[in-house]
Ligand binder design. Structure first.
Ligand SMILES: *Cc1c(COP(=O)(O)O)cnc(C)c1O
Length: 400
C-alpha cells in the first residue's frame, strides 16, 4: 500500500503575474489629484479612497493622492478608515458608513472624523467621546434629496435635520463634539443642467442656515463628487470630494474624456495570450456557441474571466487590443477563468503576446468606459469589481 501525502498548502499569495496584471500608475493618481486641485483653486481636495481606492489599492493610492496634494481622505466604511490609519496614513480622514455596533470609539481614538446623520449615530459618538474624554470631530450630513445617508429637512411632517442640529448644538458648546463640516451628495451630478442639482444646493445652504441659527459653527462645507468637481464650480465650497476622477476616469463620459479634464487613467489591465489556434469557418466558440467564426481564423485565449471581474454581460462585445492593433470584441461568452478573442486569419503572433483589456484611451487602448458600455454598466463598476486574484502591480513613485 502506498501512502499519500497531501501537498502543503501554499503559504504565500499565488502569483498570476505571468497570466495577467492590474498595473496601477501611482504617478497618475498623484497627477490627477494635482489637476483637480488646480481646477478648484481655493478649495481643498478630499480624495475618496473607499472600496480599496476603487480597486486600485487603498494604501498605495492614498499615499499617492496625498503626494498629489489631497488635504484629506474620504472612505465609506468606518473599517476602511481604521485600516488606513493602522497602515500609517495619518492625514485627516472622514468616514460615512457604519451600523449600530461599529467601533466608533476605535475610530475616534485614531483621530478619524465620523459622519453623523441620525440620532443613534450622534448617541454613539457622544458615548465614545464621554468615555475617552476627548472631543469627537464630526461632519453632519444633510439629505437634500438622494434619500440615502443624511437627515432630511422635511421628512413627512417633521424635520430630522432640525432635531439633529438641536441635539448637536449643546454638545458642541460643551466640547463633547466638534462640528468639522457639513455635507450632502448629489442625485444627478453627472447631468449638470438637471434641476435637482441647483435644488439640492439650495436645500443644503438652507440646512446650513438652520444649523447656524442653533449656534453651531458649520465648519467646512463639501458637496461635490467627481462629476460636480468637473462641471459645477458653484459646488466647490470649502472642499471637493472626488473619487472616480482621482483614478483618471470620467464620471461624465458623454461630456468629456479623461484627457479633456487633464486626467490620466491610473489602471491598466493586461494579460498574456495563453493559447493561439486556427479554427475553421463555422466553428462555434465558448459556452452555448453564441459566436461562430465567419471564416477560417485564429482564436486567442486570454486567461481571465468573470471570477477575476471581467463582466459576463460583456460577452461578444468587450473590446480587447492585441499588440497595439485594432480593438477586437470578445468571441463568445465570458467563462469563469477565460475569454476568447478572434485574432483574424492573418494573425502572426503567438502565446505569450500581451493583450490590453483596458487602459489608456489617449494612447489608443480600450478603456474601462468601453467595457462599461459593452457590459451595460458604468466605469466605476469595471474598476471596482476586479477580484483579489487579479494582483495589483504598482508603477511610479512610491511603488517599491
Ligand atoms: C463615492 C462617494 C464620493 C465620490 O464619488 P465619485 O463620483 O467617485 O467622485 C463622494 N462622496 C460620497 C458620499 C461618496 O459615497
Amino acid at each position: 500500500m502506498t501512502s499519500h501525502t497531501l501537498p502543503a498548502r501554499e503559504a504565500t499569495t499565488p502569483d498570476y503575474a505571468s497570466s495577467f496584471a492590474v498595473e496601477v500608475d501611482l504617478d497618475a493618481v498623484a497627477g490627477n489629484v494635482a489637476a483637480l486641485r488646480d481646477r478648484v483653486a481655493g478649495a481643498d481636495v478630499m480624495a475618496v479612497v473607499k472600496a480599496d481606492a476603487y480597486g486600485h489599492g487603498l494604501i498605495p493610492a492614498a499615499r499617492a493622492a496625498l503626494r498629489g496634494g489631497a488635504a484629506a481622505l474620504g472612505v465609506a466604511q468606518l473599517g476602511e478608515a481604521v485600516a488606513a490609519r493602522d497602515a500609517g496614513i495619518d492625514a485627516p480622514m472622514l468616514t460615512w458608513l457604519y451600523s449600530p455596533g461599529a467601533d466608533v470609539a476605535g475610530a475616534l481614538s485614531r483621530g478619524i472624523e465620523v459622519t453623523v446623520s441620525s440620532q443613534w449615530q450622534l448617541d454613539s459618538v457622544v458615548d465614545a467621546a464621554r468615555e475617552s474624554g476627548a472631543t469627537a470631530p464630526i461632519h453632519l450630513k444633510v439629505d437634500t434629496g438622494l434619500a440615502r445617508g443624511g437627515a432630511l429637512l422635511d421628512d413627512a411632517g417633521s424635520s430630522a435635520w432640525h432635531d439633529l442640529v438641536a441635539a448637536v448644538a449643546p454638545l458642541a458648546a460643551e466640547g463633547v463634539i466638534r462640528v468639522e463640516g457639513m455635507w450632502q451628495h448629489f442625485v444627478y451630478a453627472d447631468a449638470p443642467e438637471h434641476p435637482t442639482v441647483r435644488g439640492q444646493q439650495k436645500t443644503f445652504h438652507e440646512a446650513v442656515r438652520i444649523a447656524e441659527r442653533t449656534g453651531i459653527h458649520p465648519g467646512r462645507l463639501h458637496i461635490a463628487n467627481s462629476a460636480a468637481t468637473l462641471t459645477n464650480p458653484s459646488a466647490y465650497l470649502d472642499m471637493v470630494r472626488p473619487g472616480l476622477a482621482v483614478y483618471g476616469l470620467s464620471p461624465v463620459p458623454d461630456l468629456g474624456r479623461p484627457e479633456d479634464y487633464g486626467l490620466r487613467e491610473a489602471m491598466r489591465l493586461t494579460a498574456r495570450l495563453s493559447l493561439v489556434k486556427r479554427v475553421k469557418a463555422g466553428q462555434g466558440v465558448s459556452y452555448g456557441h453564441t459566436w461562430h467564426a465567419d471564416r477560417d481564423t485564429v482564436i486567442g485565449l486570454v486567461p481571465m474571466g468573470y471570477a477575476d471581474g471581467i463582466p459576463r454581460s460583456a460577452g461578444n462585445l468587450g473590446p480587447i487590443q492585441v499588440a497595439g492593433g485594432p480593438h477586437t470584441p470578445l468571441a463568445g461568452r465570458v467563462c469563469m477563468d477565460q475569454i476568447m478573442v478572434d485574432l483574424g486569419p492573418d494573425f502572426a503572433g503567438s502565446a505569450g503576446d500581451e493583450v490590453v483589456i483596458f487602459g489608456r484611451g489617449g494612447d489608443g487602448e480600450p478603456t474601462a468606459q468601453d467595457w462599461a458600455e459593452a457590459a451595460g454598466t458604468i466605469n466605476y463598476e469595471i474598476v471596482t469589481r476586479l477580484a483579489p486574484r487579479a494582483t495589483r502591480r504598482y508603477v511610479g513613485e512610491g511603488s517599491a
